[in-house]
Design a protein around this ligand. Structure first.
Ligand SMILES: [Zn+2]
Ligand SMILES: [Zn+2]
Length: 238
């Protein structure tokens, strides 16, 4: 199975747009988050020769503009009634906007399988600047084990991985990638998080977006060749 990075803060190709947001395509058909702007998402999909009409579902990690921003334009060019998986705790307004744009809002169930071997974690409670910010991650299963993609990890990256590990006790954690929200953490906390990843047996890591340069450096140092530099235009085999 493959994960293609559609939008991120850096890109492999100067023709691709970059910015503050995140979006990846999993297994050629499930889009996880949509970046900050429709025009940029659609443009990057074109650059990567991905037809919007082939997308079979969209997972929105959490209701922040840098993850939902591209959704509205995408829904206009994608299949009619495209399922959009959001946390039950997202505001009703979100689901109304999805319907109004031609999509089909779906409240994610706990570890619901949305496509073969691809699951959403369902809602994990989190906070952002003192307000509740429910979030979900995506879990893909292959013969290598399970791979996890996070948006911002506002509930806490370790808390999210803990829930996922409980569900998949027997599985290896092959890859954890996405936003880990560690921008403001000091070195001591970052080192602890990196060591917990190791303790959990996470084989490969791809911190990006709101993980922050210090966290990326700490992971890169510990993981060596198993550190993946995530950028728009990159394809990762899992
Ligand atoms: Zn974010
Ligand atoms: Zn966020």
């Amino acid at each position: 199975m493959k994960i293609q990075v559609i939008f991120d803060k850096a890109a492999v190709d100067r023709k691709m747009k970059t910015g503050w947001g995140f979006s990846v395509l999993v297994d050629d058909k499930i889009l996880f988050d949509t970046g900050e702007k429709g025009e940029w998402l659609i443009g990057n999909l074109k650059q990567m020769n991905i037809a919007a009409g082939k997308i079979e579902g969209v997972v929105i990690s959490h209701n922040h503009w840098d993850h939902t921003g591209g959704l509205w334009s995408l829904l206009k060019t994608a299949k009619k009634n495209l399922p959009v998986y959001g946390c039950p705790g997202f505001p009703e307004e979100f689901r109304k906007s999805v319907s109004a744009s031609g999509g089909m809002p779906v409240k994610s169930g706990k570890f619901a399988e949305i496509s073969k071997n691809i699951r959403v974690t369902g809602e994990i409670s989190g906070n952002y600047k003192g307000d509740p910010m429910p979030e979900q991650a995506l879990v893909a299963k292959t013969e290598n084990g399970i791979s996890v993609i996070t948006g911002c990890a506002h509930p806490g990256i370790l808390k999210m991985l803990d829930e996922i590990k409980k569900k998949f006790k027997e599985e290896r954690l092959f890859l954890v990638m996405g936003g880990f929200h560690l921008l403001d953490e000091d070195k001591r906390i970052l080192d602890f998080i990196v060591s917990e990843f190791k303790n959990m047996g996470v084989e490969k890591v791809g911190p990006t977006h709101c993980s922050g340069p210090k966290a990326e450096a700490a992971f890169a140092e510990e993981y060596g060749e198993n550190f993946i530099a995530v950028k728009a235009g990159v394809t990762i085999q899992i």
